[in-house]
Design a protein around this ligand. Structure first.
Ligand code: IPD
Length: 255
């Protein structure tokens, strides 16, 4: 990824609010080749397609390039996100609705050479050093990041949230790579990250890293497959942020 930041990029599809690159597919194939060689029984669920036995007891959830639009425009804020999920795992955090739970998570930002890791039940780490979410508890001091997903509907849903929060927090950030926003929460750089209609491969690894760093990873499945509303935050601000983002009368009306 890093070597290709300024290379000419081949797109495979483009909409007004999103871009898909040939390199996304190539990166996923490379990751798949390595994983299936080492773990031939696994199912792989990725942004660029699925492979293997869907009934497997564990699956790899991959976003080969999170922050594709940044990367396409030569902005060095993108990462690789890989989660191992196991079905019916009992220990630790809450499972997703389909019964899978993330047990191992890795997110790598090649531009800053930052590698976040977590294993269920152990502290999260950045480049091997344990990390913690922030302890800021006042909205006035909070840095809150938001994502707009990929269509007009999510703009309609998120803009009122941004409008409300912007007056209450110190700063709003929209940096364009959800997995990085989540590990920035885990590292205490951001105090919260909120998005609607986000896909599992964007959040599976980041969710475990946030929880393993002492934060809260709230998510609710929407009607679309592997799609969620999420709020990742430090513990102290969770309730305040949730009440502003998820009030059914004011915000995401479908609940
Ligand atoms: C996207 C980015 C973006 C978020 C979208 C994601 P991609 O992932 O993380 O910040 O708002 O919901 O789909 O397409 O760059 O892998």
């Amino acid at each position: 990824m890093k070597a290709n930041l300024f290379a000419e990029k081949k797109t495979t599809s483009t909409t007004q609010y999103d871009i898909k690159l040939e390199l996304d597919v190539e990166c996923q194939r490379t990751i798949e080749t390595i994983l299936t060689r080492e773990y031939p029984e696994s199912f792989i669920l990725g942004e660029e397609g699925d492979t293997g036995d869907e009934g497997a007891s564990h699956r790899w959830v991959i976003d080969p390039i999170d922050g594709t639009v940044n990367f396409t425009y030569g902005i060095p804020h993108a990462c690789v996100s890989i989660a191992l999920q196991e079905k019916g795992s009992e220990a630790g955090t809450e499972a997703y609705r389909d019964g899978y739970q993330t047990t191992v998570a890795v997110i790598y930002d090649p531009f800053c050479e930052e590698l976040w890791t977590a294993t269920l039940g152990e502290p999260a780490a950045l480049n091997g050093i344990p990390i913690q979410v922030s302890n800021r508890d006042r909205l006035e001091e909070a840095l809150v990041s938001v994502g707009f997903s990929k269509n007009e509907q999510t703009l309609d849903q998120m803009l009122p949230v941004v409008n409300a929060l912007a007056y209450e927090v110190r700063k709003i950030r929209t940096m364009g790579a959800a997995a990085l926003a989540m590990v920035y929460v885990a590292s205490g750089r951001f105090d919260g990250y909120v998005e609607n209609n986000i896909r599992l491969w964007d959040i599976a690894a980041g969710g475990l890293i946030v929880e393993s760093a002492g934060g809260v990873f709230w998510r609710r499945a929407t009607e679309d497959p592997h799609t969620f509303q999420i709020l990742a935050s430090n513990r102290a601000l969770h309730e305040k942020l949730a009440s502003r983002c998820f009030n059914p009368d004011k915000m995401w009306g479908q609940e």
